[in-house]
Design a protein around this ligand. Structure first.
Ligand SMILES: *Cc1c(COP(=O)(O)O)cnc(C)c1O
Length: 384
């Protein structure tokens, strides 16, 4: 087991639990994206991790921002993302959020319904602004991932169904303050099967073709936004620390029919920040039951919700112990039966005060932390 990358001596002086971010790995990941994306444009999906230091690092490297709330637009601007590289999605945009986005002149709204189009048009009119919009369409492609992170099926709350397309185009003709510049798709998260992205690309081609037939006037979009969703390897974070960006972009380069003067956008979250973060926690007690033994740690679902929310599996490493492996249910201290990180997990024999790393927790980890049970929010520390 490779655990040498963790500064255990530093960890031992700190109060647990906390998030530890390997900025070197983050920078390597950003370089890999630059090296493989060609002329595609990548917007980082802030919701995966909006820690200031992480955002500054990503902004400095030149990526745009994909926001899903007014708060995210504000923090993106504060950490150095350029307004003209900010896109804004979300099924429930409020008036103040739309006004903020208009006043800050962000690049574009990814619009998820017809009523939203009307509201953006009205608010833009009041502010004498011009709103660029992409339609978030529901391509009805199955992401074949956990149902809580599947977003591209007709039954999901996200996006506009294709059956409504004709109607949307008619509505757009009546709105004078919004300009349709492209199409947006996002079908889900933690997708490792490139066939899913191939299906998405082909579906986008079909949709573009049918659009051209429907919409005589403006059949040429300047933007095709393929969303995010590229998965990471949660089982082997040491051996496969960087997502397969090369295959991902190649899949779209090969299968997406990109028209003249069209820009292709992506919105990657998990694959950018997931591997670089770990939640560091200490063993409080080892409790032996009649059938099981529990390693009770001082981090809980309030610090890392993914196992409880999505049945997600994080690799768990005992950074202290070199004893033979044993089988544990690794659980937190919170008064919920769902506060379990893993059941029947094999790790080096644990005892009180051992330091434990829950790996690949950089995405949808710290951002989802809460103070449930009046717990303190986990702090973050960084490799230099
Ligand atoms: C969450 C989200 C993303 C990022 O998804 P990842 O799986 O983390 O890459 C991209 N676009 C939209 C609209 C999202 O909601």
């Amino acid at each position: 087991m490779m655990t040498g990358d963790f500064p255990l001596d530093v960890f031992q002086t700190l109060r647990t639990p906390f998030y530890y971010y390997d900025l070197q790995l983050l920078n390597q990941t950003l370089q890999e994206i630059h090296a493989t994306k060609g002329d595609f444009e990548v917007h980082y999906a802030l919701k995966a991790n909006s820690n200031l230091r992480i955002l500054e690092t990503i902004a400095k490297s030149g990526f745009g921002a994909d926001c899903v709330s007014g708060g995210e637009i504000q923090i993106a601007l504060k950490t150095g993302f350029a307004p003209e590289k900010i896109v804004y999605a979300g099924v429930g945009k409020t008036d103040w959020e739309i006004e903020l986005a208009l006043n800050e002149n962000i690049f574009c709204f990814n619009v998820e319904s017809i009523p939203e189009l009307h509201v953006i048009d009205e608010l833009a009119g009041k502010l004498r602004k011009h709103a660029r919009v992409c339609l978030r369409l529901n391509p009805n492609v199955d992401a074949q991932t956990h149902h809580y992170i599947t977003t591209g099926l007709n039954e999901n709350k996200f996006g506009i169904n294709l059956s409504e397309l004709h109607h949307v185009l008619n509505v757009l003709k009546t709105l004078s303050n919004v300009e349709l510049i492209g199409l947006h798709f996002h079908i889900g998260s933690q997708i490792l099967d490139m066939n899913v992205f191939e299906n998405l690309a082909k579906r986008i081609n079909e949709i573009q073709n049918s659009f051209s037939m429907l919409n005589e006037v403006n059949s040429q979009f300047s933007i095709l936004n393929c969303g995010g969703g590229l998965g990471i390897n949660y089982e082997h974070p040491n051996h496969i620390p960087i997502a397969d960006f090369k295959m991902y972009f190649e899949t779209f380069r090969k299968h997406l029919e990109i028209r003249k003067n069209q820009k292709v956008h992506f919105e990657l979250g998990r694959s950018v920040v997931g591997p670089c973060g770990s939640l560091i926690t200490r063993v409080l007690y080892v409790k032996k039951g009649s059938q099981k033994q529990f390693a009770i740690v001082d981090a809980g679902m309030s610090d890392l919700l993914r196992p409880a929310l999505y049945s997600a599996n994080h690799r768990i490493e005992n950074l202290t112990s070199h004893e033979p492996e044993e089988i544990y249910d690794v659980v937190g201290p919170i008064c919920e039966s769902a506060d379990v990180f893993s059941t029947e997990y094999q790790m080096n024999q644990a005892q009180r005060n051992d330091m434990i790393a829950l790996r690949s927790a950089g995405a949808y980890g710290e951002v989802m932390a809460s103070t449930y049970n009046q717990r303190e929010l986990p702090k973050a520390i960084f490799s230099h």
